[in-house]
Design a binder for this molecule. Structure first.
Ligand SMILES: O=P(O)(O)OC[C@H]1O[C@H](OP(=O)(O)OP(=O)(O)O)[C@H](O)[C@@H]1O
Length: 572
């Protein structure tokens, strides 16, 4: 009996083991580039398919074994290389053999990632067309070791260091336990000449090629011949660890999610805290409890307390999953982004929103971490704002609700500034700020204007240290400017009863300006006692006493970056 080449025997054993669970008449495809690994896999698959056909002939079923060759079209002559590989697959007895040319689009994740995405899309499409149960990939233990080293060089975590899985979905990698030398020996044994990709040259090629050409041999020199196998074993162990951590992190994410109070999150005892159904703070739309299952358009709202109590390994994984859940591309969501989100949870000092890939954002308000997907179309309108419960520890128990986040205020100011720029194009503009409440609006609005402006200030008061207007407006400081012929725009924080502004507009109009208009961040339509014509309104809000963003109660809370509702116990 002819002696079977040991490399071929090892390769056949690996493929046979991987196909053992296939149903009768399954279609198996091999993804073949024409390189040594995938060509060896194609040869072994063809041999194994013939063996199965022989052994089951009497029962009338077999494995249909074919190949897909993806032409990435990235280098001259790629079509020729693809056709050569396809011809070799046909010669080996594979049928059908399909060549697919793909267009590799530019990707922020880099050309390798873009090519990978295009390749898998093509493989999936062909597998679907042919009804293939399994697609075999030719990655070897050397590829796995390279993957681990590249991950280490990036400072990656366990998931990345776990390398490639032996199986995922319809994809299987039967050679993941075999060295590349084995696949080269298989090619020699079956008499097929693999293609050597010139772009994989160890010098000047992609990083992976340099790792392959220089680093792996150096590791073997220094650490001994088992270095590649050792890296593969580490990857396998880390895969088990990462799988477990992912399950635990998914559980943490579910427990920390703020959902409808009718269905408290798992782990919460009912009655601990009544949490109203979370709504999108910007649009008032309800937020889906699964945070992103509706296409990633809803906020994911998480309870900071629950997250902070979790071990960092789980918390960071949960944060990453939450970010990808609102549409952050996994490839560009890095440890740096996760660090910044984590700081919102465990190192909170009032920092602003974290900008995430995919134009998503993470922000903290009222003991909630809010992951917000990119939302260019739905900006805050002058519509009733509504409340979210406040974490008492953040605001010392003085606030009942947060009404508008810093981010919402900023986004609305962007819109107001654009409108003002357009309306006053070609005209002079004097901004009049009403002290003290309007300082924030004045500062933030004026800096968003492209229009050149002058600023002046007036101080009036009708509230003193109470929560109800006295109705008597007093000028505490008058303007320095002469208003004759000027376009005056009053910048205000709030129009409540309207008594202050109706008085002020009359007062300023009596000074001979060309125009007097009002821009206010907030307005309380239900509190109006005087009619005030307001040209620019940030938000209409309910008739509750609010503080923050310049608004005070007894001179406190003006420096809160958001607007909240004062708890009645503070003023009652
Ligand atoms: O519509 P109204 O009921 O008249 O209320 C609006 C006014 O009240 C606030 O000022 P406040 O008198 O509290 O002084 P402040 O700006 O120094 O806080 C606010 O800045 C407005 O000027």
């Amino acid at each position: 009996m002819a002696r079977v080449d040991p490399a071929l025997a090892a390769a056949r054993t690996a493929v046979r083991a991987d196909l053992a669970d296939l149903p009768p008449d399954a279609t198996v495809l091999v993804a073949c580039s024409g390189g040594a690994d995938s060509l060896a896999l194609a040869a072994v698959l063809a041999t194994e398919a013939r063996r199965v056909a022989r052994s089951v002939r009497s029962r009338g079923h077999a494995v249909r074994a074919g190949a897909v060759v993806v032409d990435h079209g990235l280098v001259d002559g790629s079509a020729r290389v693809a056709e050569r590989a396809a011809a070799q697959c046909r010669d080996l007895g594979l049928d059908p053999v399909v060549v697919r040319r793909v267009a590799v689009a530019a990707s922020p994740d880099g050309p390798e990632s873009a090519a990978r995405q295009a390749r898998y899309a093509a493989l999936d499409a062909v597998a679907d067309d042919l009804g293939a149960t399994v697609v075999l990939l030719g990655h070897t233990l050397d590829d796995q070791a390279e993957q681990v080293l590249l991950g280490l060089a990036r400072g990656s975590g366990a998931r990345s260091l776990a390398g490639m899985p032996a199986r995922r979905g319809r994809y299987r990698r039967p050679f993941l336990g075999l060295r590349r030398a084995t696949t080269e020996a298989v090619c020699a044994a079956v008499g097929v000449e693999p293609w050597h990709d010139p772009t994989n040259a160890p010098d000047g090629g992609p990083l992976r090629s340099r790792v392959r050409g220089h680093l792996l041999p150096a590791l073997a020199d220094v650490l001994g011949p088992g270095a590649v196998e050792a890296l593969g074993r580490s990857a396998a162990q880390l895969r088990d660890d990462a799988d477990l951590l992912d399950v635990l992190a998914a559980d943490l994410l579910a427990r920390s999610r703020v959902v409808d109070h009718d269905s408290p999150p798992p782990g919460r005892t009912s009655g601990r805290e009544v949490v109203p159904r979370e709504r999108d703070l910007a649009t008032g739309r309800a937020t889906s409890a699964d945070g992103g299952a509706d296409g990633g358009t809803a906020d994911v709202v998480l309870d900071v307390e629950v997250l902070a109590a979790a071990p960092p390994a789980l918390r960071r994984r949960a944060l990453r999953a939450a970010a990808t859940g609102v549409g952050c591309p996994p490839g560009t969501t890095t440890a740096r982004h996760v660090d910044a989100l984590d700081a919102l949870v465990v190192a909170w000092r009032g920092q602003g929103p974290v900008h995430l890939p995919g134009d998503a954002r993470g922000l903290r308000a009222c003991g909630r971490l809010i992951l917000r997907p990119s939302r260019t179309s739905a900006r805050p309108r002058p519509a009733p704002a509504r409340s979210t419960p406040v974490d008492q520890s953040d605001v010392s128990g003085d606030l009942a609700d947060i009404l508008l986040t810093e981010e919402q205020l900023g986004a609305r100011l962007d819109e107001m500034a654009a409108q003002i720029d357009a309306d006053y194009a070609g005209k002079d503009l004097l901004l009049v700020g009403v002290l003290k409440g309007a300082v924030m609006v004045m500062a933030d609005l004026s800096r968003r204007l492209h229009h050149p402006v002058e600023m002046d200030w007036m101080a009036v008061s009708s509230y003193g240290s109470g929560t109800k207007s006295s109705g008597v407006v007093r000028i505490l400081k008058d303007l320095d400017s002469d208003l004759s012929g000027r376009n005056v725009l009053i910048a205000e924080d709030i129009i409540d009863s309207g008594l202050t502004l109706s008085w002020l507009v009359q007062n300023l109009r009596s000074r001979g300006p060309a125009s007097v208009e009002i821009a206010t961040m907030l307005r309380k339509p239900d509190a109006a006692k005087a009619d005030v014509d307001v040209k620019y309104v940030g938000f209409d809000i309910p008739n509750e006493f609010v503080v923050g963003y310049g608004l005070d109660y007894a001179e406190k809370y003006r420096n809160l970056p958001f607007i909240g509702t004062l708890a009645p116990h503070v003023y009652s």
